[in-house]
Design a protein around this ligand. Structure first.
Ligand code: CP
Length: 328
């Protein structure tokens, strides 16, 4: 059943929303996607303003929200700490109290340690809904678009489907845990068996693992952890392969990068070998940006198993649905 009680609801974390509420967003996303295809205008948020506060760079999240609010008849303000008084020390209370007087929702990207805490501080004082555009713990607009994409490919009944989220070797910088953490907690709730694969140093936050186990138990599905990517991919329906940092193992960046480098050429890449052991119609997913030739071979990312561009497009439809249902 659809939920009509979503006005002003914050979206910081998937777990704060019931399955029914998330279904409502996905149903509306499907309807808005159909309307885009038919070129039917849908100015549900006419004259409304979305503030987008980015502490870091973005291609998909920013542009999906910005194009999305335009299609809904509203406007987006792109903000950074430097472009506001945040860099001069203005705190979350004063920032959000003021922005609440002007606009109708605010999204924040802050993936540094403390990013989620910053968003929670905003929520305490916000008179408008606050959206998590990715933090250090969760990336809920991406995970919901991923679930929406999986349902487009396999249908809504996902019982018996095996979802693999695997670490891949990704050098150069420490990527946040948020993507993997959002996926392991969300996917079991919608009926998938989830396998998490990573080398020993790349564990997720203990409270997230507990939540994922609880969600799997409640849904009557499996949740397992393995330390071998090929083993994880056996009989998989979905292979979601991306890198994250050894953040639970060390806070030291240099040490973290050295740990990542231990796994170069050790099989932590999404190549055809993984699809040879997966189910015949298995799909490849990645939230992007993907390190081509490092995290994934061209044969896979450009192959028939890859759904990455549908997945990226669905950010637009899902985020539009979120705004249409929650904006003040
Ligand atoms: N997947 C994702 O969040 O992409 P951006 O970093 O480009 O927003």
């Amino acid at each position: 059943m659809a939920s009509t009680q979503l006005k002003l609801k914050h979206f910081l974390c998937e777990q704060d929303w019931t399955n029914e509420e998330l279904e409502t967003v996905m149903d509306l996303a499907a309807e808005l996607k159909r309307q885009v295809g038919l070129e039917i205008p849908h100015e549900i948020c006419k004259n409304k303003t979305l503030f987008m506060l980015f502490f870091e760079e973005s291609t998909r999240t920013r542009n999906a929200f910005e194009c999305g609010i335009t299609q809904l008849g509203g406007h987006a303000n792109y903000l950074t700490p430097k472009a506001t008084q945040i860099d001069h020390g203005e705190g979350p209370k004063d920032t959000v109290e003021v922005l609440s007087r002007y606009g109708h929702a605010i999204g924040i990207r802050n993936t540094l340690v403390g990013g989620y805490k910053y968003m929670k501080a905003m929520v305490q004082h916000a008179k408008i809904p606050v959206y998590n555009m990715q933090c250090d713990i969760y990336h809920p607009t991406q995970s919901l678009a991923d679930l929406f994409t999986i349902r487009e490919k396999f249908g809504k009944d996902l019982r018996g489907r095996k979802f693999v989220i695997s670490w891949t070797y990704g050098p150069g910088y420490i990527r946040p845990l948020s993507m993997a953490q959002s996926l392991v907690t969300l996917m079991p709730r919608f009926g998938m068996d989830v396998t998490l694969a990573h080398p020993p140093e790349f564990t997720l936050m203990p409270e997230i693992m507990k939540q994922a186990e609880e969600n799997a138990r409640d849904a009557g599905v499996k949740f397992e952890v393995v330390h071998n990517m090929e083993e994880a991919c056996k009989d998989a329906d979905i292979i979601y392969a991306k890198s994250w940092g050894p953040i639970m193992h060390t806070e030291d960046e240099k040490e973290g990068l050295a740990i990542i480098d231990r796994y170069k050429d050790k099989g932590w890449v999404c190549d055809m070998k993984k699809f040879e052991v997966a189910k015949p119609k298995a799909i490849y997913m990645h939230c992007m940006p993907a390190d081509r030739g490092i995290e994934v071979t061209d044969e896979v990312i450009d192959g028939p198993m890859s759904v990455i561009y549908d997945e990226a497009e669905n950010r637009l439809h899902v985020q539009k649905a979120l705004m249409a249902l929650t904006m003040r």
